[in-house]
Design a protein around this ligand. Structure first.
Ligand code: NAD
Length: 465
């Protein structure tokens, strides 16, 4: 508790700011600074002044400091997880708050250990050509509210590793957890290399458009992504855009419903469904449809939902009222269209919405076509796998997808035909710090993680000699 109170005291403004409440209980947790363009300009001045020195210290020192940052996160893990749980709503246990803080240190260490060496391209009678990877300068890291700390690390750790300075802009729904994380990481970094600006959408837009920013790493909605593309045009900024998804899963007729039910469940409902690359529409062959629905609803019935700080809960509330209303509207529209609510369907109070499995639903219904981003899964029946592939690929977005089958070769063949940045077989959503992640179509462009992720936050320079 002592560390928790210390962290909160360190990140709150001396006066004013916006009240942030525990999502589950409504209790005030603390106040977040609401900074404007003056504070943004000051942060830009500090980071641009610090960046050349940071670049000059070299990879070995930056790598050492990123490991030290991971140590600091681990030393504050429980306090960070408590704050995240209260502010975001996700429980402490399961693939939630403690897991997210663990991922922060894992991704910091992966950025520290990944190596992007200069490459010798040509060395012959025509001369010598080498490709080097230089720092870009100042990187803006703009994030969402669903996995706020982990996504902030995904953005700032590789950027720092490559010698860039970074300004992080957390979502206005979850500023405290990200400010606390940046505070802890900054206990080991030189001044001015990593800064956070906490404010509303206007300050975020000003950061994204600022001429001093060389690159914007953005994770959030497709609509905001479009706006960032427009504002990047004047100064030709580099962009990595991880945007919305509407991931499809296809269960083939030879899948074993009992064996896959638990993984299907977590593929859809990790973080109470508020995950970019979660299963958001499930196409199930007629031969196993009823059994899959029965097994899925049985898992749903035994996974506890409740306030995050109560140990044992594995699902929490929807993070904010606006998202809760989207979820509720889509469920009501599915009901009105004649679909069956196989489990859940009725709000539980506050922004708690039960795990809701919707069956006998048409593919053209709103709940299937729009990203629900909450604890609801439409299950669509199909007879011919060609139809399932066509329906999966009809979306304008393509972040992830999955194929579920007892026949690996057949699953791989279907997987190769799906339009998505990642396709999983018999699982959905698992990520690894060395495996590139990114979307196709309107889910964005650019890759994160591993060597590709380091390339994305550097400028290629060819030296010919
Ligand atoms: P959002 O786009 O509303 O907000 C994201 C961030 O952008 C916030 O920090 C916000 O302040 C800022 N912002 C808003 N308007 C801006 C503007 N005009 N210019 C610059 N910044 C602006 O998204 P959200 O509601 O926080 O997140 C949910 C969405 O994010 C979902 O669609 C989800 O699928 C997507 N998401 C994608 C990934 C991924 O990796 N692809 C991961 C998590 C979430």
């Amino acid at each position: 508790m002592e560390q928790y109170e210390e962290l909160l005291a360190a990140i709150q403004p001396a006066q004013g700011g916006r009240e942030i409440r525990d999502v589950a209980t409504g209790e005030v947790i603390g106040r977040a600074p609401v900074e404007g363009v003056d504070q943004l300009e000051a942060a830009i001045a500090r980071t641009t002044a610090a960046q050349p020195g940071w670049d000059a210290v070299g990879h070995a020192e930056r790598s050492r400091l990123l490991h030290a940052a991971a140590d600091a996160v681990e030393q504050h893990a429980e306090a960070l997880a408590r704050l995240l749980s209260r502010e975001q709503g996700k429980p402490l246990d399961g693939p939630n708050a403690r897991f997210e803080v663990g991922a922060c240190s894992a991704w910091l260490r992966a950025s520290a250990d990944t190596v992007l060496e200069p490459q010798l391209l040509v060395d012959d009678e025509s001369g010598r050509a080498e490709q080097h990877f230089r720092a870009l300068g100042l990187v803006a890291a703009i994030g969402p509210w669903n996995w706020p700390m982990m996504i902030a690390v995904w953005q700032f750790a590789p950027a720092l590793r490559m010698g860039n300075a970074v300004i992080v802009k957390p979502s206005e729904y979850t500023p405290l957890s990200v400010l606390a994380l940046v505070h802890v990481v900054n206990s080991v970094l030189p001044d001015g290399v990593l800064e956070a600006i906490s404010g509303d959408r206007e300050v975020s837009a000003a950061l994204a458009a600022h001429p001093a920013v060389a690159k914007v790493m953005f994770t959030g909605s497709t609509r905001t992504g479009s706006s960032i593309i427009r504002s990047s045009a004047d100064t030709i900024k580099r962009l990595t855009l991880e945007l919305g998804g509407n991931d499809a899963g296809i269960v083939l007729e030879d899948a074993d419903p009992a064996a896959i039910a638990e993984d299907l469940f977590w593929g859809a409902f990790i973080n109470t469904g508020q995950t970019c690359a979660a299963l958001k529409r499930l196409y199930v062959h007629n031969a196993v449809y009823d059994a899959v629905v029965r097994e899925l609803t049985a898992v749903a019935a035994r996974i506890p939902m409740g306030p995050g700080l109560e140990e044992g809960n594995l699902l929490g509330p929807v993070q904010n009222q606006a998202q809760f209303e989207i979820v509720q509207r889509l469920v009501e529209s599915a009901k009105a269209s004649g679909a069956t609510i196989a489990s859940g369907g009725t709000p539980l109070g506050g922004t708690f919405f039960p795990i809701t499995i919707v069956t006998d639903i048409a593919d053209d219904s709103e709940l299937v076509q729009q990203e629900q981003f909450g604890p609801v899964l439409p299950v669509i029946r199909y007879d011919d796998v060609e139809d399932a592939v066509a329906m999966a690929n009809a979306a304008s977005v393509g972040l992830g997808a999955s194929v579920w089958s007892s026949d690996r070769e057949r699953a791989l063949q279907v997987a190769s035909r799906l339009e998505a940045g990642t396709v999983w077989v018999n699982s959905h959503g698992g990520l690894h710090p060395m495996v590139p992640f990114g979307g196709v179509k309107q889910s964005g462009y650019g890759l994160e993680f591993g060597v590709e992720g380091l390339k994305a936050v550097s400028a290629s320079q060819i030296i010919r000699s």
